[in-house]
Design a protein around this ligand. Structure first.
Ligand code: RIB
Ligand code: CA
Length: 319
């Protein structure tokens, strides 16, 4: 039976591709999206999640509003670099119809806690933005760390440097205190960081295949992702494509054999000069129980094959 899935998104371009991957995965039942901030403001991310699920033919997916800023801040402002990479609207400045639906009234935190209590080990939670909502849920209901199936998070970097500075990856750097709380909480979590996501790259050759499908969904996915690929030509020209960060986390939720992982107890540095660095927790180094797995290798050809198959099927079947 398909596992229940909740995506927690700061819906930019690769988050939208993560939605498409989830919708194209028979192993996963996307029961809801919770909203966070990061690539865009919380409200814009929610609008994007509603509009993207509509254009991909799945208006039944509910969206719950999360927390709009980091634990140590009272507000959040989108970084200039996020606008450059994801566009002003977060989805590559592509114009798709706004959804006629609204976000749910219940908060993302309460929805997550109730979902864990209902589905327990059947539930997989995939956050692909800051870990603010999950940290708040753990604080409010600590038992969810023992009840949940697992967390597969996109964020961090263990064997490579960061992408916002030498130490920090973007999602973790948006709220290091939240990430540290999650990492030390004992919740079973797989970290899909830059170590692996910068190996999974997409080019215009692949996006053209979606455009050729001839549906609004295919055209949207191609136009949005082309914007992102173009930004990567400036920010990371050595890669030769764009990083498929968030879809890789969903892919691992569907099939953990796509990556090799290192069992390790992790923490996040919350002080300068290494604020936002994800690293092994020396205080729990000798604890025989390792609560996290960090992906250190990925089967790139197999992932890309699955990615193209699944996104292609969504592009073709969306009405
Ligand atoms: O560092 C990559 C991550 O930051 C991705 O989740 C991307 O969407 C941004 O949030
Ligand atoms: Ca993201």
């Amino acid at each position: 039976m398909a596992k229940k899935l909740i995506l927690d998104l700061d819906t930019g371009v690769d988050d939208a591709l993560a939605i498409a991957y989830a919708l194209g995965s028979p192993e996963l039942d996307l029961m809801a999206i919770t909203g966070t901030f990061g690539n865009v403001l919380l409200e814009q991310g929610i609008r994007n999640s509603l509009a993207v699920t509509d254009v991909l033919g799945h208006p039944e997916v509910k969206v719950f509003p999360g927390i709009s800023h980091a634990r140590t801040a009272s507000e959040f402002e989108v970084l200039e670099i996020s606008h450059f990479i994801h566009g002003l609207n977060g989805i590559g400045d592509v114009d798709i119809p706004s959804s006629t639906r609204s976000a749910e009234k219940k908060s993302a935190v309460d929805f997550l806690i109730e979902a864990v209590e209902t589905y327990g080990k059947e539930l997989i939670y995939v956050p692909t933005g800051p870990l603010t909502n999950l940290a708040a849920a753990i604080e409010k209901a600590p038992d969810i760390t023992k009840q949940i199936g697992k967390v597969v998070l996109m964020g961090g970097a263990l064997t490579v440097g960061g992408n916002v500075n030498a130490c920090a990856e973007a999602n973790i750097s948006q709220d290091p205190e939240a990430a540290d709380l999650v990492f030390r909480s004992g919740i079973p979590a797989t970290m899909i960081g830059l170590d692996v996501t910068l190996q999974t790259l997409l080019t215009y050759k692949e996006t053209q295949q979606w455009r050729a499908v001839g549906t609004p969904a295919g055209e949207f996915l191609a136009d949005m992702t082309d914007y992102y690929i173009k930004a990567y030509e400036t920010t990371a020209p050595h890669l030769g494509g764009c990083g498929l960060h968030d879809p890789l986390a969903v892919a691992v939720a569907a099939d953990s054999s796509l990556v090799e992982t290192l069992p390790i107890n992790m923490k996040v540095d919350c002080s300068e000069p290494t604020r936002g660095r994800t690293i092994g927790d020396v205080e729990r180094l000798n604890d025989p129980q390792k609560t996290m797995e960090v992906a250190v290798a990925v089967d790139v050809p197999r992932f890309l094959d699955e990615f193209m198959t699944r996104i292609g099927s969504v592009a073709r079947s969306a009405k």
